[in-house]
Design a protein around this ligand. Sequence first.
Ligand SMILES: CC(C)(COP(=O)(O)OP(=O)(O)OC[C@H]1O[C@@H](n2cnc3c(N)ncnc32)[C@H](O)[C@@H]1OP(=O)(O)O)[C@@H](O)C(=O)NCCC(=O)NCCS
Length: 185
Amino acid sequence: MRAPNDDLLPREFPGGRLRRLRTADLPAFQAYRALPELGRYQGWSPMADAEALAFLSEMSEAPLFAPGRWVQLGIAAAASDGLVGDIGIHLSDDGFTGEIGFTLAPASQGRGIATAAVRQALQVLVASTAVAQVLGITDGRNAASIRLLERLGFAPRESRELVFRGERCREQIYALRPERVGTAR
Ligand SMILES: CC(C)(COP(=O)(O)OP(=O)(O)OC[C@H]1O[C@@H](n2cnc3c(N)ncnc32)[C@H](O)[C@@H]1OP(=O)(O)O)[C@@H](O)C(=O)NCCC(=O)NCCS
């Protein structure tokens, strides 16, 4: 049985597609998630193959979107449908705040693919929920991530000092109102 809102995926954009993750993505997923430069500012750490396979299987049919839960979607190359990145989307317990995080393999960077895929993910989120804002929370040193958020219309909301993986850093919270996202249906 298809999960609610699954008719909103896949979503095509120039150069790629936003789609469900699947277990066949394991080799590609593990290859880019093992790269230290991709995980440096992220909440996740590389997983063992068995854990990653279970994660991909769970995400292949996780609901879009459940309050208090993250769901991870895949970014795939247009021609091959091979996985080149992923996007995590969280819905708050009250359903009014979304949060988004994103990762793109280095070979696919620098062409607007992540920006286009995140735009599609935002459209799906806004079409399926009652979110009144979407947050993008990023390390202040993560310039590529900040540029991506700003390209999509996210505005700086606040920043806070914290210690992440033993290093002092400043976390920047960006916010976007749903009316800036456009429509999905
Ligand atoms: C954050 C991340 C996804 C951004 O990747 P990216 O390749 O810079 O983003 P895009 O695919 O949208 O490409 C945008 C770049 O391509 C350029 N570009 C070329 N053609 C473009 C087009 N048609 N449309 C938009 N941008 C285009 C842009 O100018 C931009 O480069 P710039 O930032 O140097 O100006 C990537 O750096 C990453 O995976 N980082 C590690 C994970 C991470 O830290 N994630 C953030 C946690 S919240």
